[in-house]
Design a protein around this ligand. Structure first.
Ligand code: GLN
Length: 470
């Protein structure tokens, strides 16, 4: 059997080992299971691991919002504790059909609400680059697992940044696909007009490969369509003639840390030296109104989606005399503070007399953001920004300040509202911690993003293995 260094092995390399019969799928699964036993007690990236290797391919980690037949799925919430789905989410089924054995279910902020995994009812995950810091969120478990060699790849979900931001903070590649290209059937719903499932891995090519496995129309999710062109693995390594647009507004954003800005600017210069044409675009409404717009629409939809957790069908119930009291007590005991905050915000935004002023108004603003992005992408192949304004921050630093936590998504939210694909590619270090850059493409522009991301990744030569684990 070949020596398996899970810290460095890419999914593509693992596929090669399997094809050449240098390892078996069971040996590969076992190697990751050993790495998990070794490092996960410190990092807490998994909520549960699967001992048995089912499948003949490269093993995978799935965020715990993805329903898995026979494997408990909690979405990081007490209110779903003990819930074992009797069916697979479509994406889990596609991974199963492709032969990818499940390694386990990864930690997430409760109902994917958060940017650090500190809102998980089961405790935070830690960043493999510095365990005193957060891995980002909500998909911090998957991103940290990939970065620490506890999974070669994984799936997350992204409503306003939950794939891109943790990938940035952990130094791996993450894609939020075009809205409607990947099925959400069987995903614990947060905000249905925004939720998308997408891959996280060490390389752009691995992310492209996993995208090709999960994308496609699903009759069980009526928002899905087939990708107009098949997903291709990127090959080319130059950027000649590629037009990249930097939003003018990020120049004034004080929230962007100097070290993040420096790493970003260095990569932009590198892109220029590879032949890219760099220009400026204008997204004034996106940066001014993106956050308030998101924090009306997402909680409004969440308040509706979370109404189903009533103690009748899922999870633990707190008994009481009448139905109403049982539901109240169950929801009070089962939901943590962040879902409760969002249910209240969202219910208010949707209530009679306020609907037009809040939810209705936010929908109109969203239409303007869609147009603004469409106009910007007429002149550019992709837009480019830092992914997160900061590097990974210390656990606890923002936990008591919801607005500071919401600000993590300043740069990822606008394109989510516009339904566009976004790719995080690690671009350097600041104070020894990863910095990510975000590439935003037009609708169905995944192949172009993979091409640009792959060229940049090759030129940057970022080492995705955390320094302290090398
Ligand atoms: N951090 C954002 C929020 O709390 C985005 C989360 C997500 O994309 N699921 O809503």
């Amino acid at each position: 059997m070949a020596v398996i260094d899970t810290l460095r092995l890419t999914a593509e390399e693992a596929t090669g080992l399997l094809e050449r019969r240098e390892v078996t799928a069971a040996e590969l699964h076992e190697a990751y299971r050993e790495a998990i036993d070794d490092r996960d007690p410190e990092l807490h990236t998994y909520l549960r691991v699967v001992d048995e290797c089912v499948g003949d391919g490269v093993p995978i980690a799935l965020k715990d919002v993805i329903s898995t037949r026979g494997v408990e799925t909690t979405a990081g919430s007490r209110i779903l504790e003990g819930y074992t789905p009797v069916f697979d989410a479509t994406v889990a089924g596609r991974c199963r059909a492709a032969g990818l054995p499940l390694l386990g279910k990864t930690n997430t902020d409760e109902f994917a609400m958060g940017s650090s995994t500190e809102n998980s009812a089961f405790g935070p995950s830690r960043n493999p680059w510095d365990p005193s810091r957060v891995p980002g969120g909500s998909g911090g478990g998957t991103a940290a697992a990939v970065s620490a060699g506890l999974a070669p790849w994984g799936l997350g979900s992204d409503t306003g940044g939950s794939i891109k931001q943790p990938s940035a903070l952990c130094g791996n590649v993450g894609l939020r696909p075009t809205y409607g290209t990947v099925s959400r059937y069987g995903i614990v719903a947060f905000a249905s007009s925004l939720d998308q499932v997408g891959p996280v891995a060490k390389t752009v090519r691995d992310v492209a490969l996993l995208t090709s496995i999960i994308a496609g129309r699903d009759p069980a999710d009526s928002t899905t369509v087939d990708h107009p062109e098949p997903i291709r693995l990127p090959e080319r390594e130059e950027l000649r003639g590629v037009r990249l647009g930097i939003p003018r507004q990020i120049g004034d954003l004080r929230a962007i840390e100097p070290g993040v800005r420096a790493a970003f600017e260095t990569s932009v210069e590198l892109a220029r030296s590879l032949g890219a044409e760099i220009g400026e675009c204008d997204l004034p409404l996106s940066f001014e109104y993106g956050m308030p717009c998101y924090y009306l629409i997402a909680p409004a939809e969440a308040s509706s989606n979370l109404a189903r957790y009533d103690g009748v069908r899922y999870g633990p119930r707190v008994d009481a005399d009448g139905y109403r009291e049982m539901v109240e007590r169950t929801r009070d005991a089962g939901f943590g503070p962040e879902p409760k905050r969002r249910i209240m915000l969202g219910t208010y935004a949707l209530s009679a007399g306020y609907y037009d002023a809040f939810y209705g108004q936010a929908q109109k603003v969203r239409t303007l953001l869609v147009r603004e992005h469409r106009d910007a992408l007429e002149r550019f192949d992709a837009l480019i920004t830092p992914t997160s304004p900061t590097v990974a921050f210390p656990i606890g630093e923002r936990a008591a300040d919801p607005l500071a936590m919401y600000a993590c998504d300043l740069l990822t939210i606008p394109s989510c509202l516009a339904g566009l694909p976004g790719l995080n590619v690690p671009c350097g270090l600041s104070e020894g911690l990863p910095v990510g850059l975000q590439l935003i493409g037009p609708q169905f522009g995944e192949n172009a993003l993979f091409g640009i991301g792959h060229a940049l990744e090759r030129a940057l030569g970022f080492d995705p293995v955390p320094e302290r684990l090398r």
